[in-house]
Write a protein that binds this ligand. Structure first.
Ligand code: GLC
Length: 504
């Protein structure tokens, strides 16, 4: 922090005609990402992918010292642990508790990662779903702040993500607010999904979360503690993962009760579209695929399709379009629309391949349908990245009719593999897919429909199936999809701008 004061350096006078100037050299600013998951260490969804790629992209320019912190889950592979450096240990106060926290670090792809260790909380299978998740993430969020003091590192910006880390922002702006080192830290809170807010009974304020009584005003909402609400209110800025979702969350249909907070605080809200790590989803490398291909030479894609059909014991028909669905099987992904017209879709000349797991209701339904329509439909109830790549590469169409979608990454991945997406125009789906079926039918990288209505979706699916048989137009669409730029460059620059603005 001491070097935060800008140093003045006199330019060397080389030429009498040139006036000497004072060049201000600012020290590198520092950003600490705080999250509950991050690939390749531990992840369950899109947040982990964003954490794997955004910090790395931001670190490239050298403008910011980028670091990130996550819990040390037992899921983290020993191959990474072998390279960890033990930084020491400290105690974390939380209500009446005072708990051990071990600190490990790893420099990985230009980013310094910290891992916070407490075996009681994190030596468990998986990441979430325990009765004491509130206590586990309160511990983690508080430990992040204690870590700063322990290693004498105070970032300029603490960038928190989703409800599990909302408390880091809340602790920073309450308990630590006037402490030396902490008082200049700015907080940015990013919402990846407003559906999960971290709600608890009011009686937990002091006992579980170790918050002072006056913090009740900050975290209370609709008669209970709501951690996401607290972070929105107290952070200098908050953001979501697409511009469209940033405007949607001011609307009760999307806000899950938080519309009053999002509208009241809209002056400090931004929406920045996520990117993907394009090198990880590049069919020309052939990684995990039956054959490699590119937008210039699609011949390998036909091999991928034939091999996928063979592997799944589907009839090997090169001219029958394959629709892929790779998704968590939950209501928000629009599966009710699919269920509603599923047999109508299957009555066409089509094959459907589904990969994903989730709620029993959907798993059971799709398993049942896979038995009934065994010549046309395969459901693989699992989460498997390698298989996902094989499915994207073998598919012609990718269906993602989400009810709401803060950003969505699968539609971008599908594009990379030349599986043309059909999406509902919501959130990041609307911001990343330009519909071919909108008026001119000349450009675009996919198909889209507006209302959450099964027959509107069916109409657009049939449009896509018909267009598929026009080889020339379809090839163009596939190429458009494959060459759309979904990289992080532009969005990382928007984050950098947001950080710069916060530090003025
Ligand atoms: C959440 C959202 C998803 C988004 C991801 C990364 O998983 O549901 O739409 O892409 O976070 O921000």
């Amino acid at each position: 922090m001491a070097e935060k004061v800008a140093k003045k350096v006199k330019a060397v006078k080389k030429d009498a005609a040139i006036e000497p100037v004072d060049i201000k050299i600012y020290p590198q600013r520092s950003v600490l990402f705080v999250a509950s998951e991050c690939n390749p260490f531990a992840g369950t969804g899109g947040l982990a992918d964003v954490m794997a790629s955004l910090p790395k992209e931001l670190a490239k320019s050298g403008e910011f010292d980028i670091r990130a912190v996550i819990p040390l889950y037992s899921d983290i592979d020993s191959a990474y642990r072998a390279n960890f450096r033990f930084e020491g240990n400290f105690n974390v106060p939380l209500g009446w508790r005072n708990q051990y926290c071990g600190l490990f670090s790893l420099k990985y792809e230009g980013v310094t990662f910290y891992f916070l260790d407490n075996e009681y909380y994190f030596k468990r299978k998986g990441l979430y779903g325990y009765f004491d998740d509130g206590e586990r993430f309160a511990f983690f969020s508080r430990a992040v702040l204690e870590m700063m003091q322990y290693i004498d590192y105070y970032p300029d910006i603490m960038h928190c993500n989703d409800w599990q880390t909302a408390l880091s922002a809340i602790y920073l702006k309450t308990i630590y607010n006037s402490w030396k080192g902490y008082k200049d830290i700015k907080a940015l809170f990013t919402i990846h999904n407003i559906e999960y807010q971290g709600q608890y009974g009011n009686e937990q304020l002091e006992d579980l979360f170790g918050l002072p009584k006056y913090a009740k005003n900050i975290v209370e909402y609709n008669g209970c503690i709501n951690l996401m609400k607290g972070a929105i209110q107290i952070s200098e800025r908050f953001s979501t993962v697409s511009p469209r979702y940033a405007s949607e969350i001011k609307n009760p249909y999307f806000a899950h009760g938080l519309e009053y907070m999002t509208t009241q605080n809209e002056y400090k809200l931004s929406g920045i579209l996520n990117g993907i790590d394009q090198s990880s989803f590049d069919p020309s490398t052939g990684d995990k695929l039956f054959a490699s291909y590119s937008a210039e030479d699609l011949s390998g894609k036909a091999v991928c399709k034939a091999e996928l059909q063979k592997m799944l014991a589907l009839p090997e028909k090169p001219d029958t379009p394959i629709i892929a669905i790779v998704s968590r099987l939950v209501a928000a992904k629009g599966l009710d629309l699919i269920k509603c017209v599923f047999e109508e879709i299957l009555s066409e000349d089509v094959q459907i391949v589904m990969l994903g797991k989730g709620e029993n209701e959907y798993e059971d339904y799709f398993r049942f349908m896979a038995e009934r329509y065994s010549g046309k439909f395969r459901a693989i109830i699992a989460y498997n990245k390698d298989l996902a790549a094989k499915i994207y590469s073998g598919a012609d169409i990718f269906l993602m009719p989400s009810k709401h979608e803060p950003c969505g990454l699968s539609q971008m991945i599908a594009c990379r593999y030349g599986a043309v997406p059909i999406v509902r125009k919501t959130g990041g789906l609307a911001d990343s897919i330009t519909p071919f079926n909108d008026d001119k039918r000349s450009g675009g990288n996919g198909f889209a429909f507006e209302s959450y209505n099964a027959h509107e979706m069916l109409y657009v699916i049939n449009d896509a199936l018909n267009t598929y048989h026009n080889k020339e137009i379809w090839q163009k669409l596939v190429k458009n999809a494959m060459t759309t730029d979904f990289g992080w460059k532009k969005s990382a620059e928007e984050y950098a701008n947001l950080y710069r603005n916060m530090l003025i």
